[in-house]
Ligand binder design. Structure first.
Ligand SMILES: Cc1ncc(COP(=O)(O)O)c(C=O)c1O
Length: 369
């Protein structure tokens, strides 16, 4: 449960499309770095259906080798050495390291969409020298599973336009949500296209993590900059993968609903079984993670030592919060990437580990040790 690596198989109609397309030798040549036209059109179709956002597939959409590659190369495209970027802490690592590798400097902002985030943004524009070039957002969030509403994005867009700062929004979990309201896109806000680019991924939506297919969409200047950098670096994903990805986006969406249901059931089993084992974890509303506070009796160990103990004593792997930034300390991230039976098995291991620790510490206090 340590990695957000989706375990479900890719839907069969997408695999079939790949197999059919790969039989045609014409697809074996170099592909198109920014994505074949049919794929960019399919992504524009998804944004229109899902968010009511119209995109020009030629100028506002670029296909990427997974959203992570797109994000990293966007950081390369827009960052000069010394540029300041406002990055959530804790965050998905490439949100910070993409800019560090490009020579940028980071200033941390909270990973939850509330007044504290806006206070941090206000302080950043006053106190950062040079002025920040970009704000990074990720909702539903990895690792915290926080979600944002459209009003939040309205305020961010107003702020960013006022201060002429770009916003890069990572919406990798656009379809993995458990309530009635699907996560919005920042591009639904009027004027967002002036300053924002958003990243989405087929990895979670269609259980295609190994296929490496994602997108950047939005501001034309930024999209052109990313397409330019990518044109020097890659020839695009293998054409059959792009054709199959287009089939995924254009195809039936019952597979997306099915996947969402599976993650939701796993979420419920995790919260219930871990709770009964003595570990109260807030139920995530979206993403494929639970962001779990370290139980009080282990808090002093820190997230890394606690995670090691969980492996040793409970046979359960989680990701230590400190790995996502200093403000991730005190938590561990638990991925919903095992089936319900395995989640229950993990809960049994944890219950036994907690009970053993409890009776050991009672023994020690009896002997005065
Ligand atoms: C927030 C976030 N963005 C991006 C990614 C990477 O997705 P992709 O497989 O599209 O590169 C992940 C994967 O875990 C993620 O959690």
């Amino acid at each position: 449960m340590g990695m957000g690596n989706p375990d479900l198989p890719t839907p069969q109609h997408i695999v079939d499309k790949l197999v059919e397309t790969v039989q045609n030798p014409r697809t074996h040549r170099y592909s198109s770095s920014k994505g074949i036209p049919g794929l960019r059109k399919a992504q524009a179709g998804y944004y229109e259906r899902r968010f009511g956002v119209k995109l020009n597939p030629d100028t506002q959409v670029v296909a990427t080798l997974g959203s992570k590659e797109g994000f990293a190369n966007m950081a390369q495209a827009i960052t000069a050495p010394g540029d300041v970027v406002l990055v959530p802490n804790p965050s998905y690592p490439i949100h910070a390291f993409g800019f560090l590798m490009a020579g940028g400097s980071l200033r941390s902002i909270p990973a939850t969409p509330g007044p504290e985030l806006f206070e941090a943004l206000e302080r950043a524009v006053v106190h950062s020298i040079p002025k920040p070039i970009a704000i990074i957002l990720c909702f539903p969030a990895n690792p915290t599973a926080s979600v944002a509403e459209l009003d939040f994005y309205r305020d961010v867009v107003a702020f960013a336009r006022k201060h002429e700062i770009y916003v890069l929004s990572d919406l990798a979990y656009s379809e993995i949500y458990f309530g009635d309201v699907p996560p919005p896109s920042i591009l639904q806000v009027n004027g967002a296209m002036d300053i924002a680019v958003e990243f989405t991924s087929l990895s979670k939506t269609f259980s295609m993590p190994g296929w490496r297919m994602g997108f950047a969409v939005g501001n034309e200047r930024l999209i052109a900059a990313l397409a330019r950098v990518k044109s020097y670096l890659d020839y695009g994903a293998f054409t059959p993968i792009q054709v199959a990805a287009a089939a995924a986006l254009n195809g039936p969406d019952d597979c997306i609903r099915g996947t969402r249901e599976i993650y939701k059931k796993r979420r419920d089993v995790l919260i219930d079984s871990f709770g009964r084992a003595g570990w109260d974890i807030p139920a995530p509303e979206a993403s494929m993670f639970a962001w779990a506070p370290i139980p009080d009796q282990f808090k002093h160990l820190g997230s890394l030592e606690f995670s090691k103990l969980l492996i040793e004593k409970a046979d359960v792997a989680v990701a230590p919060g400190i790995g996502f930034g200093e403000h991730g300390e005190g938590f561990v991230r638990i991925g919903l990437v095992e089936n319900e039976q395995r989640i229950r098995q993990a809960a049994r291991g944890i219950r036994k580990f907690f009970e053993d620790t409890d009776s050991n510490s009672k023994e020690l206090s009896k002997t005065g040790a």
